[in-house]
Design a protein around this ligand. Structure first.
Ligand SMILES: [Zn+2]
Length: 245
Protein backbone atom coordinates (compact mmCIF):
# COMPACT_ATOMS: atom_id res chain seq x y z
CA UNK A 1 0.00 0.00 0.00
CA UNK A 2 1.14 3.52 -0.80
CA UNK A 3 -0.25 6.85 0.43
CA UNK A 4 0.30 9.83 -1.90
CA UNK A 5 -0.41 13.30 -0.54
CA UNK A 6 -1.12 16.22 -2.90
CA UNK A 7 -1.98 19.86 -2.39
CA UNK A 8 -4.54 21.96 -4.24
CA UNK A 9 -5.12 25.71 -4.32
CA UNK A 10 -2.28 26.50 -1.92
CA UNK A 11 -2.88 23.95 0.87
CA UNK A 12 0.20 23.17 3.01
CA UNK A 13 1.32 19.54 3.05
CA UNK A 14 4.39 19.21 5.22
CA UNK A 15 2.68 19.51 8.62
CA UNK A 16 0.06 16.92 7.63
CA UNK A 17 2.74 14.52 6.38
CA UNK A 18 4.57 14.83 9.72
CA UNK A 19 1.36 14.19 11.65
CA UNK A 20 0.60 11.12 9.54
CA UNK A 21 4.09 9.83 10.20
CA UNK A 22 3.44 10.29 13.94
CA UNK A 23 0.38 8.04 13.58
CA UNK A 24 2.54 5.49 11.76
CA UNK A 25 1.41 6.12 8.18
CA UNK A 26 4.21 7.13 5.84
CA UNK A 27 2.95 9.35 3.01
CA UNK A 28 4.81 10.48 -0.08
CA UNK A 29 4.53 14.21 -0.82
CA UNK A 30 3.49 14.80 -4.40
CA UNK A 31 3.11 18.60 -4.54
CA UNK A 32 0.26 20.30 -6.39
CA UNK A 33 -2.14 17.80 -7.97
CA UNK A 34 -3.20 19.83 -10.99
CA UNK A 35 0.30 21.15 -11.73
CA UNK A 36 1.48 17.55 -11.79
CA UNK A 37 -1.28 16.03 -13.90
CA UNK A 38 -3.35 18.64 -15.71
CA UNK A 39 -2.27 19.89 -19.10
CA UNK A 40 -3.20 23.29 -20.43
CA UNK A 41 -4.05 25.83 -17.68
CA UNK A 42 -6.85 27.50 -19.66
CA UNK A 43 -8.66 24.20 -20.17
CA UNK A 44 -8.22 23.33 -16.50
CA UNK A 45 -9.49 26.76 -15.38
CA UNK A 46 -12.65 26.28 -17.48
CA UNK A 47 -13.17 22.81 -15.98
CA UNK A 48 -12.82 24.05 -12.39
CA UNK A 49 -15.01 27.13 -12.89
CA UNK A 50 -17.82 24.82 -14.08
CA UNK A 51 -17.69 22.96 -10.75
CA UNK A 52 -18.68 25.96 -8.65
CA UNK A 53 -21.90 25.57 -6.71
CA UNK A 54 -24.67 28.05 -7.31
CA UNK A 55 -27.89 28.56 -5.36
CA UNK A 56 -30.01 26.51 -5.60
CA UNK A 57 -27.24 24.02 -6.25
CA UNK A 58 -27.34 21.29 -8.85
CA UNK A 59 -25.47 18.03 -9.41
CA UNK A 60 -24.41 18.90 -12.97
CA UNK A 61 -21.45 21.05 -14.06
CA UNK A 62 -22.52 24.57 -15.00
CA UNK A 63 -21.47 26.88 -17.80
CA UNK A 64 -18.95 29.28 -16.21
CA UNK A 65 -18.74 33.03 -16.74
CA UNK A 66 -15.53 34.41 -18.29
CA UNK A 67 -14.64 36.17 -15.01
CA UNK A 68 -14.92 32.88 -13.13
CA UNK A 69 -12.56 31.17 -15.58
CA UNK A 70 -10.06 34.02 -15.21
CA UNK A 71 -10.29 33.71 -11.40
CA UNK A 72 -9.53 29.97 -11.63
CA UNK A 73 -6.56 30.70 -13.88
CA UNK A 74 -5.19 33.02 -11.16
CA UNK A 75 -5.76 30.33 -8.49
CA UNK A 76 -3.91 27.80 -10.66
CA UNK A 77 -1.04 30.26 -11.12
CA UNK A 78 -0.81 30.62 -7.33
CA UNK A 79 -1.76 34.31 -7.47
CA UNK A 80 -4.66 33.87 -5.04
CA UNK A 81 -6.54 31.25 -3.00
CA UNK A 82 -10.19 30.49 -3.73
CA UNK A 83 -11.69 32.20 -0.66
CA UNK A 84 -15.47 32.20 -0.42
CA UNK A 85 -16.04 30.06 -3.54
CA UNK A 86 -17.77 26.71 -2.95
CA UNK A 87 -17.18 23.76 -5.30
CA UNK A 88 -19.29 20.66 -5.88
CA UNK A 89 -17.37 18.06 -3.85
CA UNK A 90 -18.30 14.98 -5.89
CA UNK A 91 -17.89 16.66 -9.27
CA UNK A 92 -14.48 18.00 -8.19
CA UNK A 93 -13.49 14.53 -7.01
CA UNK A 94 -14.58 13.00 -10.30
CA UNK A 95 -12.75 15.75 -12.25
CA UNK A 96 -9.50 15.07 -10.37
CA UNK A 97 -9.93 11.28 -10.64
CA UNK A 98 -9.82 11.64 -14.43
CA UNK A 99 -6.16 12.73 -14.19
CA UNK A 100 -4.85 9.78 -12.14
CA UNK A 101 -2.61 7.68 -14.39
CA UNK A 102 -3.63 4.05 -14.95
CA UNK A 103 -0.49 2.64 -13.30
CA UNK A 104 -1.41 4.41 -10.03
CA UNK A 105 -5.15 3.77 -10.17
CA UNK A 106 -5.05 0.50 -8.18
CA UNK A 107 -6.87 0.17 -4.85
CA UNK A 108 -3.55 -0.23 -3.04
CA UNK A 109 -2.54 3.35 -3.96
CA UNK A 110 -4.30 5.95 -1.81
CA UNK A 111 -4.43 9.46 -3.29
CA UNK A 112 -5.27 12.22 -0.80
CA UNK A 113 -5.72 15.78 -2.08
CA UNK A 114 -5.51 18.45 0.57
CA UNK A 115 -7.31 21.50 -0.76
CA UNK A 116 -7.91 25.08 0.29
CA UNK A 117 -11.17 25.03 -1.69
CA UNK A 118 -14.47 24.93 0.18
CA UNK A 119 -16.34 21.82 -0.97
CA UNK A 120 -19.99 20.90 -0.54
CA UNK A 121 -22.43 18.21 -1.56
CA UNK A 122 -25.80 19.22 -2.95
CA UNK A 123 -28.88 17.66 -1.35
CA UNK A 124 -32.27 18.70 -2.73
CA UNK A 125 -30.90 22.01 -3.97
CA UNK A 126 -29.20 22.86 -0.66
CA UNK A 127 -25.37 22.81 -0.34
CA UNK A 128 -23.76 21.12 2.69
CA UNK A 129 -20.14 22.01 3.36
CA UNK A 130 -17.82 19.02 3.83
CA UNK A 131 -14.39 18.59 5.37
CA UNK A 132 -13.73 15.22 3.78
CA UNK A 133 -14.96 13.32 0.74
CA UNK A 134 -14.02 9.65 0.82
CA UNK A 135 -13.15 7.90 -2.44
CA UNK A 136 -10.57 8.28 -5.20
CA UNK A 137 -8.97 10.68 -4.77
CA UNK A 138 -9.94 11.44 -1.17
CA UNK A 139 -10.48 15.17 -0.70
CA UNK A 140 -9.70 16.90 2.58
CA UNK A 141 -10.63 20.58 2.75
CA UNK A 142 -8.44 22.72 5.02
CA UNK A 143 -10.84 25.67 4.82
CA UNK A 144 -13.71 23.20 5.30
CA UNK A 145 -12.26 22.06 8.65
CA UNK A 146 -12.69 25.65 9.83
CA UNK A 147 -16.01 26.43 8.15
CA UNK A 148 -17.99 23.19 7.82
CA UNK A 149 -18.46 21.81 11.36
CA UNK A 150 -21.27 23.72 13.04
CA UNK A 151 -20.70 26.09 15.92
CA UNK A 152 -22.30 25.16 19.25
CA UNK A 153 -25.93 25.91 20.05
CA UNK A 154 -24.67 28.20 22.82
CA UNK A 155 -22.84 30.26 20.19
CA UNK A 156 -25.95 30.76 18.07
CA UNK A 157 -28.07 31.53 21.11
CA UNK A 158 -25.61 34.12 22.44
CA UNK A 159 -25.34 35.70 18.96
CA UNK A 160 -29.12 35.97 18.67
CA UNK A 161 -29.68 37.24 22.20
CA UNK A 162 -26.53 39.29 22.81
CA UNK A 163 -23.76 40.07 20.30
CA UNK A 164 -21.17 38.45 18.02
CA UNK A 165 -18.47 39.29 20.59
CA UNK A 166 -20.43 37.62 23.40
CA UNK A 167 -21.06 34.61 21.19
CA UNK A 168 -17.32 34.30 20.41
CA UNK A 169 -16.65 34.26 24.13
CA UNK A 170 -19.02 31.40 24.95
CA UNK A 171 -17.59 29.19 22.20
CA UNK A 172 -14.02 30.43 21.98
CA UNK A 173 -12.44 27.02 21.45
CA UNK A 174 -12.82 26.27 17.77
CA UNK A 175 -10.54 25.95 14.75
CA UNK A 176 -9.61 29.15 12.96
CA UNK A 177 -7.76 29.95 9.73
CA UNK A 178 -4.03 29.50 10.34
CA UNK A 179 -4.69 27.52 13.56
CA UNK A 180 -1.56 25.56 14.46
CA UNK A 181 -3.76 22.55 15.35
CA UNK A 182 -5.11 22.31 11.79
CA UNK A 183 -2.46 19.94 10.41
CA UNK A 184 -3.18 17.51 13.25
CA UNK A 185 -6.92 17.62 12.48
CA UNK A 186 -6.36 17.31 8.71
CA UNK A 187 -4.13 14.26 9.24
CA UNK A 188 -7.06 12.56 11.04
CA UNK A 189 -9.27 13.20 8.00
CA UNK A 190 -6.53 11.81 5.74
CA UNK A 191 -6.60 8.66 7.89
CA UNK A 192 -10.36 8.44 7.22
CA UNK A 193 -9.58 8.39 3.48
CA UNK A 194 -7.01 5.62 3.96
CA UNK A 195 -9.33 3.47 6.10
CA UNK A 196 -12.15 3.83 3.60
CA UNK A 197 -10.05 2.81 0.62
CA UNK A 198 -8.12 -0.03 2.27
CA UNK A 199 -10.79 -1.50 4.58
CA UNK A 200 -14.05 -0.05 3.23
CA UNK A 201 -14.59 1.53 6.67
CA UNK A 202 -16.53 4.78 6.37
CA UNK A 203 -16.49 6.57 9.72
CA UNK A 204 -16.86 5.18 13.26
CA UNK A 205 -19.66 5.43 15.81
CA UNK A 206 -17.31 6.22 18.67
CA UNK A 207 -17.11 9.99 19.28
CA UNK A 208 -13.62 9.40 20.74
CA UNK A 209 -12.25 7.84 17.52
CA UNK A 210 -10.57 9.96 14.81
CA UNK A 211 -12.74 8.19 12.23
CA UNK A 212 -15.86 9.75 13.81
CA UNK A 213 -17.96 11.83 11.39
CA UNK A 214 -17.91 15.05 13.43
CA UNK A 215 -20.69 17.54 12.73
CA UNK A 216 -19.83 20.10 15.43
CA UNK A 217 -16.66 22.04 16.14
CA UNK A 218 -16.39 20.60 19.66
CA UNK A 219 -16.62 17.09 18.17
CA UNK A 220 -13.73 17.84 15.78
CA UNK A 221 -11.64 19.05 18.72
CA UNK A 222 -12.42 15.85 20.62
CA UNK A 223 -12.17 13.21 17.86
CA UNK A 224 -9.89 14.56 15.13
CA UNK A 225 -7.56 16.68 17.28
CA UNK A 226 -6.97 13.88 19.78
CA UNK A 227 -5.88 11.50 16.97
CA UNK A 228 -7.00 8.52 19.05
CA UNK A 229 -8.61 5.42 17.59
CA UNK A 230 -11.14 3.08 19.19
CA UNK A 231 -9.74 -0.41 20.01
CA UNK A 232 -11.10 -1.95 16.78
CA UNK A 233 -9.59 0.72 14.53
CA UNK A 234 -6.34 0.72 16.53
CA UNK A 235 -5.92 -2.96 15.65
CA UNK A 236 -6.65 -2.17 11.99
CA UNK A 237 -4.06 0.64 12.05
CA UNK A 238 -1.50 -1.94 13.17
CA UNK A 239 -2.20 -3.90 9.99
CA UNK A 240 -1.93 -0.72 7.91
CA UNK A 241 1.45 0.19 9.38
CA UNK A 242 2.77 -3.20 8.29
CA UNK A 243 1.35 -2.76 4.79
CA UNK A 244 2.64 0.75 3.98
CA UNK A 245 5.55 0.56 1.51
ZN1 LIG B 1 -13.20 3.72 15.54
Amino acid sequence: MKVLLYSDAGAELEGVREQLEGIGIRAELRGDFLKRFAGEAGECARGLAGLRLGMPCSNSPRRPLPGEVEYERRVLAGECTPGGVVYHALLLQSYLRGFIPAHEAGLDVVHVVLTERLIATCDAGVPHLRVVVLGIPGLVSASGAVEAPARSREYHLARALMSEAAAEEVSADRLRQGDERLSRVLASYAVQVVFYQIFGEAFCNSAECMLYDSRWQHEVLRAQLSQKLCPKHERMLGRLRDAVQ
